[in-house]
Design a protein around this ligand. Structure first.
Ligand code: CTP
Length: 133
């Protein structure tokens, strides 16, 4: 039987850490579905708008070979609905979220993968501001 994997993120200023977690997530099943957080969600969560709009972030993630479907994550409160609605068998997240999604173990397997060291959207933005500002 085919297995669907789901993951979530902002994926702003796409970097190799994003690529690697999507590649590793896709290996947990046959189909990878990605929830890309909306611009509004980012503003409320991080207090700043993303560099790239949700339409641009979705276009980039959709173009990746390991990604089968992309949707907009409008609210953090809807995770369970997104997981069930997409028929996900596995939820994969980076280990910066370790333990935070264990409540969904009743509807799917939950896997936390180690983050790629030394890279993040925040670090890239800081690097550009410091060295190219
Ligand atoms: N991720 C990863 N390795 C990194 C950075 C991110 O595996 N070095 C993973 C996260 O754990 C998450 C997904 O990529 O599962 C999307 O993360 P996101 O928050 O969009 O990226 P960050 O680079 O962490 O963004 P920020 O600096 O704004 O928090």
């Amino acid at each position: 039987m085919s297995r669907t994997v789901i993951t979530f993120g902002t994926f702003d200023v796409l970097h190799v850490g994003h690529l690697r977690i999507l590649r590793r997530a896709s290996a947990y099943g046959d189909r990878l579905v990605v929830g890309v957080s909306s611009d509004a969600l980012n503003i409320s969560k991080k207090g700043r708008p993303p560099v790239f709009s949700q339409a641009e972030r979705i276009e980039l993630i959709s173009a990746l070979e390991m990604v089968d479907e992309v949707f907009v994550e409008e609210s953090l409160e809807l995770k369970r609905d997104y997981i069930v609605g997409h028929g996900a068998d596995v939820l994969v997240m980076g280990d910066d979220w370790e333990g935070r999604f264990d409540e969904f173990r009743d509807v799917c397997e939950v896997v936390y993968l180690p983050r790629t060291p030394s890279v993040s959207t925040t670090a890239v933005i800081e690097h550009i501001v410091t060295n190219h500002g």
